[in-house]
Design a protein around this ligand. Structure first.
Ligand SMILES: NC(=O)c1ccc[n+]([C@@H]2O[C@H](COP(=O)([O-])OP(=O)(O)OC[C@H]3O[C@@H](n4cnc5c(N)ncnc54)[C@H](OP(=O)(O)O)[C@@H]3O)[C@@H](O)[C@H]2O)c1
Length: 289
């Protein structure tokens, strides 16, 4: 297959490049194809004529989106529209990577692909606007919602380990629940998904769920950090460290469609986390490496 990737230097983009090694891949970064530039996007896609475009580029800073909504909507909504319109020009299928933050987190049970979104942050609203542009521009699309992504680069796992090494203790909230997802596992699931012309919305996360507090404990244990992980409520945390954007309290995604229709399942999040920490050599504290 001929596959074009946007956002190829991001956490998911890097894993897609590694995973799709049997395909003819054009991996694009912002300097080559700025998704805000409709002509540049159209030019890249019509020249390469891909079978599939995996659109992994996004403005992913959730608090940054809240303070600069114009940028959030330009990249995540209009940028996605640019990619979708270019896919339509060459009849390419499009994978749009979306987010658990399209939900408000009030359901109290894992979200199905059939549940109605109701974002509570600008990031979530801009990602949902991207979904809508994809749906109105194309017939051949996969909207892949994922959550709590980590991989190569800056992410929650690395932030927690550096806080643990610096402070010897970490505060972690008990009332925010989701599904940590290894970007490599998501890339492998997307690799399988695009072999099936079965279009629609898919939830793809590692299996299972946890609170941020359970997650931080698991990170520190897997990486051999003997530190205290202090439970705290979101309200207490925000009183100490105010953040501009609201987060959904419970954004677990039920991976119903990929599992039932296509037999695509991701491993439990604990296994994926252990594999990431050993593959990245994070089990040894940085200052001792
Ligand atoms: N990270 C998460 O926890 C999470 C959770 C749910 C869903 N998602 C979704 O999953 C996808 C992949 O996330 P990720 O964690 O891999 O993101 P990431 O590491 O932040 O990578 C995003 C990439 O997009 C690029 N980009 C930003 N603006 C661009 C523009 N105007 N033109 C071209 N490229 C641009 C960035 O380039 P620069 O480096 O030059 O800025 C970066 O390489 C995104 O769609 C995100 O919304 C992520």
């Amino acid at each position: 297959m001929r596959i074009l990737i946007t956002g190829a230097n991001g956490q998911l983009g890097l894993e897609l490049q590694r995973t799709l090694d049997e395909d003819e891949v054009l991996a694009t970064i912002r300097d080559q194809v700025d998704i805000e530039n409709r002509a540049a996007v159209s030019d890249a896609i019509t020249r390469f004529r891909p079978d599939v475009v995996v659109h992994a580029a996004a403005y992913t800073n959730v608090d940054g989106c809240e303070t600069d909504p114009d940028l959030a909507y330009r990249v995540n909504a209009l940028g996605t529209q640019n990619v979708a319109l270019a896919c339509a020009q060459v009849d390419a299928a499009m994978v749009y990577v979306s987010s658990d933050y399209v939900f408000d987190g009030s359901k109290g049970a894992p979200y199905l692909e059939f549940d109605d979104p109701n974002p509570i942050s600008t990031y979530g609203r801009s990602k949902l606007a991207g979904e809508r542009y994809v749906q109105m521009s194309l017939r051949k699309y996969y909207i892949v919602r994922t959550a709590w992504l980590y991989g190569v680069g800056k992410n929650f796992v690395r932030t927690i380990l550096s806080l643990a090494d610096r402070n010897g203790e970490v505060l972690a909230v008990t009332d925010e629940v989701g599904s940590p997802t290894f970007a490599r596992d998501l890339a492998e699931a997307i690799d399988k998904l695009v072999r099936h012309p079965v279009y629609g919305i898919y939830h793809l996360t590692n299996d299972g769920s946890c609170s941020r507090h359970d997650y931080v404990k698991a990170i520190c244990e897997a990486a051999n950090r003997k530190v205290s992980v202090i439970p705290i409520t979101s309200e207490e945390f925000l009183a100490r460290h105010p953040l501009p954007a609201r987060r959904p309290p419970f954004s677990v995604l039920h991976n119903f469609c990929a599992s039932n229709a296509l037999g695509i399942r991701l491993r439990p999040w604990q296994e994926a986390l252990a594999s990431f920490i050993s593959s990245e050599n994070l089990a040894i504290p940085e200052h001792k490496q």
